[in-house]
Design a protein around this ligand. Structure first.
Ligand code: FMN
Length: 369
């Protein structure tokens, strides 16, 4: 009966409004405020590549192309998921997807939770027509994925024409967000169900706190073959929520402002693990990308700096930023005598003391009966 439908619609509408307002406030804070870690770095400054004075290469010989998840990328880069759900966020998605298409790199949509609540927002994630060949990542939070059956998740992915689904893990952000989730049970089972039942690959994606070897071991056991480590040192979602919070939640955020595994430490701890890693979280230049590849990453990801470059100078600003990253990467490759990313991944490295401490502490202990 029509009257019975009204409260549900009204409820849907109010949930959509809450999610949209939160997304708008996240974008505003990320554009204008200091939202990166202040007391912690990625630790890339503790990674040194060894200079080669006679590389026997020309810049034109360097190949930064990579095959990833079934597509050939011209550069080993992904614009990681940020937004969707509002008119403004559609423009960001569309324009950054255009940038990704032109540069031959990957593109990630932001959390599609709002679309789950209100399917009429689907158009704000519809970038395929602007980026027909891009490697496109759909995005959903682990808690939402856990509460949703596989069929509904499949529709979420298919409606965007995505090639891959990122399931984001953000317990630190949720716990600081006053209205955030409080239960993170059932995570591995959800990932195992999705990786077993969906037709597209599933990437487990952190959101700025890094992945540990123990977690990656669990992901592997759940059938996950790809993970975005998104480590600490770049955008801090604890910090974003702290800026939004008041009173107790603000103080809780301040207490945890340096929480997380630095990006280079996460990579160093995961060296030789059997899943393909995307390195993101605080990657800001091509030299850091090169260090990430030498530490075993297969792809690098950036969010905040490309969003800011876009806000400042539009599509051209974002294109220039990608160019700058790729030039820096090629420079580091030439200076280490690496013709390809494969060769770069075999280069010797000098690692600083903090990184070595993380590596010792993070070693997976054999399980005892
Ligand atoms: C404005 C903004 C919005 C974001 N929204 C999402 C999101 O919806 N889903 C997600 O998985 N990650 C989201 N992230 C996290 C990024 O994808 C990335 O993991 C994190 O910001 C670390 O990378 P960075 O230091 O280069 O920003 C967002 C980041 C930014 C800057």
């Amino acid at each position: 009966m029509p009257p019975a439908k009204l409260p549900r619609k009204a409820q849907q509408e109010s949930q959509r409004r809450v999610l949209s307002e939160r997304k708008t406030s996240h974008l505003d804070l990320c554009e204008h405020e200091q939202v990166e870690y202040r007391g912690k770095t990625t630790l890339f400054e503790e990674v040194e590549l060894i200079h080669n004075s006679l590389p026997e290469l020309a810049l034109a010989d360097i190949d930064v192309g990579v095959d990833f998840l079934g597509k050939r990328l011209r550069a080993p880069l992904l614009i990681t998921g940020m937004t969707g759900g509002t008119d403004d966020s559609f423009a960001v998605n569309r324009d950054l997807a255009i940038v990704a298409e032109r540069c031959g790199i990957g593109f990630g949509l932001g959390s599609q939770r709002v679309m789950q609540r209100d399917p009429s927002t689907q158009w704000t994630f519809a970038v395929r027509q602007f980026a027909p060949s891009v490697l496109l990542f759909a995005n959903i939070g682990l808690t939402q994925a856990s509460d949703t059956d596989t069929e509904a998740t499949r529709e979420l992915v298919e409606s965007t024409g995505a090639d891959v689904l990122c399931v984001h893990l953000n317990p630190a952000q949720e716990l600081i967000q006053p209205e955030g989730d409080r239960s993170f049970r059932n995570g591995y089972a959800t990932l195992a169900r999705l990786s077993g039942e969906l037709d597209v690959p599933v990437v487990a994606k952190e959101t700025g706190c890094g992945l540990s070897p123990q977690v990656v071991q669990g992901l592997r056991a759940a059938g996950i073959g790809h993970a975005d480590i998104s480590g600490a040192g770049g955008t801090s979602w604890v910090r974003v929520e702290t800026l939004r919070g008041h009173g107790v939640s603000r103080r809780l955020g301040e207490t945890f402002s340096n929480w997380g595994i630095p990006t280079a430490a996460s990579l160093a701890m995961l060296r030789g693990c059997s899943i393909d890693l995307i390195a993101s979280g605080g990657i800001r230049n091509g030299l850091e990308m090169a260090k990430a590849f030498a530490l075993g990453a297969r792809l690098c990801g950036v969010a905040l700096p490309i969003f800011r470059a876009y806000r400042e100078s539009g599509i051209d600003g974002a294109l220039a930023y990608v160019d700058e990253l790729v030039s820096g990467l090629k420079t580091a490759m030439l200076l280490t005598g690496s013709r390809s990313l494969g060769e770069l991944s075999k280069q010797p490295l000098v690692l600083g003391p903090q990184l070595r401490t993380w590596m010792t502490a993070g070693a997976v202990r054999p399980t005892t009966e």
